[in-house]
Design a protein around this ligand. Sequence first.
Ligand SMILES: [Zn+2]
Length: 312
Amino acid sequence: MITGCLSIFLILIAISAVIAVGIFVLPFIAGVYFVLSYLMYSRSKNLEASTMECPNCGSRDIKIQSVTTGVETNSSLNGSGTTFLGVGHVWGNRNSRTNYKQKREGVCQSCGFNYDYLTDEDVTKTKNSSKLNLIVSIILLIVSILILIGFLGRSKNNNSDNSSIWANEITAIDSFEYYLDGNNVYLKKYIGKDKKVRIASSYTIDGKEYVISSFAGRVFNGSSIDSVILPEGLVTMSKDTFSGCRLKNIYIPSTLQTSDDGYKFYKYFYNTEKIYYGGTEEQWKTLTNNANRADIDVVEIIYNVNPNDLNN
Ligand SMILES: [Zn+2]
């Protein structure tokens, strides 16, 4: 049972690996197929029907016999001396073990040399099939390259979206769970899908304007967001507002005030890139209760930031 589960697991991994890598491998496979098809095609162009003359000794005493080709006869065919059908057999064997084909072979009665005997019909067939092969391989190559370009183009677009650190637009109020009290709106939980969040100082809900001065809960707890712009006017928030959320960039307004028990919201920053702070460095020190810089896991803290500059 356990080995059964394991093999299913391994198969699933293999399938996802093929799907992930396939887009990149497909053009290479198509390229190899194209090169082989082109070689076959260029060889078939010079192909001529065989004559009743031994290529080895020139004797005209040739006996034509019918041979069944396939996997079993493959090794004996290698010594036949004709190069083109050697390649042809490679393709023929690929099809199926049971797919035997009839072909003619010339056997020299003087020296015993044998060679693939091609009639005019054989030559025409081979030329047509190698031409078809070439056309199919070219189509396959073009399609696989187009798929790759399309895929790369799409991921490039996604990247260019990601190149902007901040949300371009205000995050809608229905991206949050919230409650209203007096003139205030209290955000409880972020439930939006966007990884970039820009919170406005006030929201108009049912025709009435509500101000944000405080969060009511761990708004971004466990959210997978990349950046957040906190609103001007925000005075308090729970110190674990950002718990379990690996934020990369954050704007903190100067209106945020320290709390009596030591305001350690920064304790939840992990591998954060930049804190953009609206106030002065002195204000920051007051806000964080003179926290040791090493205790704040952020690469850089920028002071005196104007939130209107946070466009890209
Ligand atoms: Zn001969």
